[in-house]
Design a binder for this molecule. Sequence first.
Ligand code: HEC
Length: 145
Amino acid sequence: MKKLLIFTLLVLMGIQFVPMNVPAEVPTKADEELQTPAEVEAILKRACFDCHSNHTNFPWYSSIAPASWFTKMHVKEGREHMNFSTWANYDDEKKLKYLQKIPKAIENNKMPLPSYLLIHNEAKLSEDDKKIISDWANEAAFDLE
Ligand code: HEC
């Protein structure tokens, strides 16, 4: 039993050296960022920005493996899929695709990722929040079409 404990501790210590780097704050040019009404921005910042922007607040445990791997993987993947910090660089077709997917993703409770919500209570969306985001996305999509 004691051996198992020591072994586990050693493994946990060992994996701390496995590098997995996602820059926390990537400099963003103001004119590249998504422009939205303040009301929409507040919700996106609270619920989506950790993974879909260059402004990620990494919690303390995200520097400890293996939690750090999951956190950084989500952030890396989230940013790759859709990054509000470089929004202006997307062409209209891509913006439209994202705007159409946003309401679906939140209505189906796929976003924010359920695993993220377990530890980020503040990111939970109320029905009102969902409506504000969906209305904004639908309108913005309509303007592009
Ligand atoms: C914990 C990280 C995380 C958070 C928070 C998060 N997302 Fe995501 N999101 C991801 C990942 C990872 C993917 C890609 C894999 C997938 O689709 O499941 C993704 C994919 C998406 C997609 C599909 C993009 C595409 O390429 O088709 C949309 C739309 C989306 N997210 C919207 C949102 C919205 C809106 C919020 C906030 C209400 C949000 N996400 C919050 C991690 C996150």
